[in-house]
Design a protein around this ligand. Sequence first.
Ligand SMILES: Nc1nc2c(ncn2[C@@H]2O[C@H](COP(=O)(O)OP(=O)(O)O)[C@@H](O)[C@H]2O)c(=O)[nH]1
Ligand SMILES: [Mg+2]
Length: 203
Amino acid sequence: MSHISRTPSAASHVETYKLVVVGAGGVGKSCLAVQLVHQVFDDSEEYDPTIEDAYVKQVEVDDVLCRLDILDTAGQENFSALRDQYLKDGDGYLIVYSVIERATFEEAAIFRTQILRVRELPGVPIMLVGNKCDHAARKVTTAEGEDLAQSFGCPFLESSAKLRINVERIFFDLVREIRNQRALSSEKPKDRPRKLTSKCQLF
Ligand SMILES: Nc1nc2c(ncn2[C@@H]2O[C@H](COP(=O)(O)OP(=O)(O)O)[C@@H](O)[C@H]2O)c(=O)[nH]1
Ligand SMILES: [Mg+2]
């Protein structure tokens, strides 16, 4: 895509971004997607961990109207052809772990490897997300998340689907990351520096 409209009201063509949310089971992928799309966090509702779901949301990111096609994966089909296909189809990826479960943090690298394996293009837009930052029983520090993201060469944020902390930002920053990568690959100059990390802030 070489042209992005800068005038939302005049946008007859809406940019579409396929965002794939991956990560270990139980880290909050479904809650993040539901919180973004429906603005709710319902603890009483159990999101079936085996169900994969898709969401569509039209948003403005930096004054440009765009459509987010969000695939909330369920991790049942490890290493299958299906998994490869949806990883291949994505424009950008949220790799989510839970800050209260160290094993899910360690699994983040596995998800990144899977993504890089199926993508032929260089410069894959990825955002590392440490979810459940509202929780008192934290097992993974913010600095560890930042270090991992640095080793991945990708941006990092902590989030809480429960308290709606950084929920929009993780999706919007991923869109920005995709735009940056597209601009780079079409050799357009970047217009502003990227902020790579941000801490979880309760407010
Ligand atoms: N404290 C807290 N709990 C969360 C958060 N996000 C999800 N959860 C809980 O974590 C569990 C798994 O969430 P879910 O979205 O189904 O995880 P998924 O398997 O990655 O889709 C549920 O019991 C949620 O209530 C969060 O930001 N903070
Ligand atoms: Mg789920």
